[in-house]
Ligand binder design. Sequence first.
Ligand code: GAL
Ligand code: CA
Length: 332
Amino acid sequence: MRKIFLITLTFLLILSFSAIAHADEIKIGACIYRFNDAFMLRFRNAMSAESEKLGAKIEIVDGRDDPTTQNEQIDNFITAGVNVLIINPVDRMAAQPMIDKAKAANIPVVFINREPTEEMLASYEKAYYIGAKAEESGTEAGELIAEYFKAHPEADKNHDGKLQFVLLKGQNGHQDMILRSKYSVEAIKNAGIEPVELASAIANWDKLQAMQIMNAFTMALGPENIEAVIANNDEMALGAIEALKNSDYNKGDKDFYIPVVGVDANASALDAMDKGEMLGTVLNDADNQGTAAVRLANALASGKDIKAIGYEITDNKYIWIPYQKVTRGENK
Ligand code: GAL
Ligand code: CA
């Protein structure tokens, strides 16, 4: 009898302890613009791993690239009583109502990957942004092309000293689309080479769309007249490479090669670089961005010192994770 009593008591104690632990557990609600995105998959994995390490509970939902869906998801998280929100907005220019909602519920909000304006972030002292400086990736991608062009005189196919390129852009309005496009061309100029844009189009970060567009470009322009392909991300770079292969380019023959650059350093792009199909990319550091997002969210929600999370916070609003050029062997 006494033994049963003791066992029951121990059992009850364990139960109540786990109930306490449960009540203390930080709940993070994370909204991703779209799950079907290779870079955001790396980002999600990093967030899950860090949450697990910190013993926080994270729920990550798929906005399916639809602002209405995403707004409902934010409302649901707030109603469910999450302690903090991480938001990768479908439309970064529509972040203000999200901030207003979080503020009304007194829930901190950490934006990732798609940057709200300074004014928006300033409207709530518990609103933050974690990302990478878009202009940096543009500059680095442009430098990769310029370095190649200088090291390989044969890359100037029409011998006019200028660099004839095509540009594949990400989603409209995204800071990474606007600034990568601008700064990659700028970097070519700064390297002393005159860039000539033959064609450009929006391919929405998407491999298939990029492939179709690039097929049309090679058809209209002739692949022999294209001296470089600049893509705002790796998926579009890989789509372009598929299209080039359809024209028997970038299959290993040096005489039929067009340098292609992307951004992200996804595994599939590194593979293409190893095979000599792609010139280079720029590391978009999903691991550090995801880790920083969860550490900041966790510290904000639990009232811990956000200066102690291991990432520098700028202007009490931003965490910037640096980009890094990635090339392989003789491309340099
Ligand atoms: C960019 C990334 C793209 C895409 C986009 C989504 O930073 O380079 O591949 O994931 O974010 O917002
Ligand atoms: Ca030329």
